[in-house]
Design a protein around this ligand. Structure first.
Ligand SMILES: Nc1ncnc2c1ncn2[C@@H]1O[C@H](COP(=O)(O)OP(=O)(O)OP(=O)(O)O)[C@@H](O)[C@H]1O
Ligand SMILES: [Mg+2]
Length: 447
């Protein structure tokens, strides 16, 4: 029996056995359809060249026999198309390992493919708060950062993109300040060209702001309305006349740009959904984030989840477009033995990075014999500025089981914020160049 995961390794073997023929082709696409069945797609010139056509059909037959049931009948297993760009358009696609002209094209039932990495934005820094598991203190940390940054005079824009489990905005805003609309309303109205009407009424200013401002854009308005019916439509691509539809992540980017133009924030904090979820995929990879905070608790669930994601980036050959923006954050660092806890977490994170997205550094002997460069994107275990070196948020009884963070932040003591979130806030400010006066970062030794 052949299962899905064996398709590409077997395809690699079969194609390698016919290397000379495969490299003659301008391109070859291994198309995995929605049901996980494979077809070859090759340039249309191949169809009119009897010899080449016969060879590609035989090659497909060889592959189909080995990967059945993940193949089509041989007679419909090869398609001929004019352009690879058109075949790849709107899909998750990447070159097959070891081949430069063979592309894997995946047709997915969902849009979130995690491999479309938008370049970093050049305006106000966008910071995404993400975690593989829920309940790691992500939204609370975001709210505390917003509070502190505003207190330091910054204009902060906060977006609640945890659409399926909204709540951040209610922790930053009391009920009477919730705006009329939220992100889901904008995304639904945009489908019928009615979004401008809601833009003015989807932002609230938190009264927690003192010297600066916190603008909060909630997932839904004061009255959630028909939330489920709206949520089921937010992912819709927008039909545009005369051109291909605009994917929902591009619509979300457009919303963010409109908000930034209107509010001119110094920094944008985005609460993403946890897990390998479609909205999270957009937040992490498609919003042009400058910094992606990967919240982690030390435990096998966290690391196996991140490994799936990092492996996917490596396989899809996009790791280098995203890795410099990644940063591990240790959430809820326990009160007892924090140093040992952080040290263990750092080792787990290091193993993850070194096995997936860090460049391999050849050993000095190899360098000697092959004259390879020793350069590469790689950090030692103990390097302070490495992405695997956890920024820490401490567990604190004052934040456990809060009913509303809003109430808590109202009376919070600055020393407590600094104790719990100071490391995270200080490092964020340094990272995005807003470091103008917040006390020095708590270094590892303080734990
Ligand atoms: N630093 C902290 N110390 C102690 N408890 C905390 C801390 N931060 C958050 N909590 C508590 O942990 C729980 C989860 O927090 P939070 O909602 O911020 O997590 P989350 O990662 O955003 O969760 P979700 O994935 O559900 O959105 C809440 O009960 C919160 O009060
Ligand atoms: Mg949350």
């Amino acid at each position: 029996m052949t299962t899905f995961d064996e398709i590409l390794p077997i395809a690699g073997e079969v194609l390698a056995a016919h290397h000379a023929f495969v490299t003659q082709l301008d391109w070859l696409v291994i198309n995995r359809d929605l049901n996980g069945r494979v077809r070859f797609i090759v340039p249309e010139q191949v169809e009119v060249d009897d010899d080449a056509r016969q060879q590609i059909e035989t090659l497909y037959q060889t592959l189909a026999t080995r990967i059945s049931p993940h193949a089509h009948p041989a007679e419909s297993g090869v398609l001929y198309e004019a352009s690879r760009d058109e075949v790849c358009s709107g899909t998750a696609n990447y070159p097959l390992e070891e081949f430069d002209t063979v592309w894997v094209v995946d047709r997915l039932a969902t849009e979130g493919n995690w491999a479309q990495i938008a370049p970093e934005t050049e305006g106000a820094s966008r910071i995404v708060f993400f975690s593989i598991k829920g309940g790691v203190g992500r939204s609370t940390a975001l709210a505390a950062c917003a509070w502190k940054l505003a207190q330091l005079g910054k204009r902060v824009l906060v977006l609640d993109l945890d659409l399926e489990s909204p709540g951040l905005s209610s922790s930053l805003l009391p009920a009477q300040r919730q705006p009329m609309y939220g992100i889901t309303d904008w995304l639904v109205e945009d489908l019928v060209d009615n979004a401008d009407g809601v833009l003015d009424d989807m932002v609230a200013t938190s009264e927690l702001s003192q010297d600066g401002q916190i603008h909060v854009v909630p997932a839904h308005g004061a009255n959630a309305g028909e939330y489920i019916a709206k949520l089921g439509r937010v992912w819709m691509p927008k039909a545009l006349s005369g051109t291909s539809p605009e994917p929902w992540s591009a619509r979300l980017r457009r919303l963010l740009q409109a908000l930034e133009v209107r509010l001119q924030p110094d920094i944008v904090l985005i609460d993403s959904r946890a897990g390998i979820d479609e909205v999270a995929s957009s937040c992490v990879t498609e919003l042009g984030a400058n910094l992606v905070l990967l919240f982690a608790l030390d435990g096998s669930q966290t690391w196996s989840g991140y490994r799936i994601l990092f492996d996917h980036w490596r396989r899809a050959r996009v790791a280098e477009h995203i890795r410099e923006r990644l940063q591990i954050v240790a959430g809820l660092v326990p009160e007892s033995s924090p140093v040992a806890y952080l040290s263990d977490l750092r080792e787990q994170a290091y193993d993850l990075f070194i096995e997936t997205v860090y460049d391999e550094i050849p050993s000095p002997n190899d360098v000697e014999s092959t004259r390879q460069s020793t350069e590469g994107w790689n950090f030692d275990l103990a390097r302070e500025d490495a992405p695997h070196m956890p920024w820490a948020v401490r567990w604190h009884p004052g934040f456990a089981a809060l009913r509303t963070l809003h109430g808590r932040l109202h009376q919070i003591d600055d020393d407590v914020i600094r104790h719990v979130f100071g490391d995270l806030i200080g490092r964020i400010m340094r990272d995005v160049g807003l470091d103008d006066g917040y006390p020095k970062v708590i270094e590892g030794g303080a734990f």
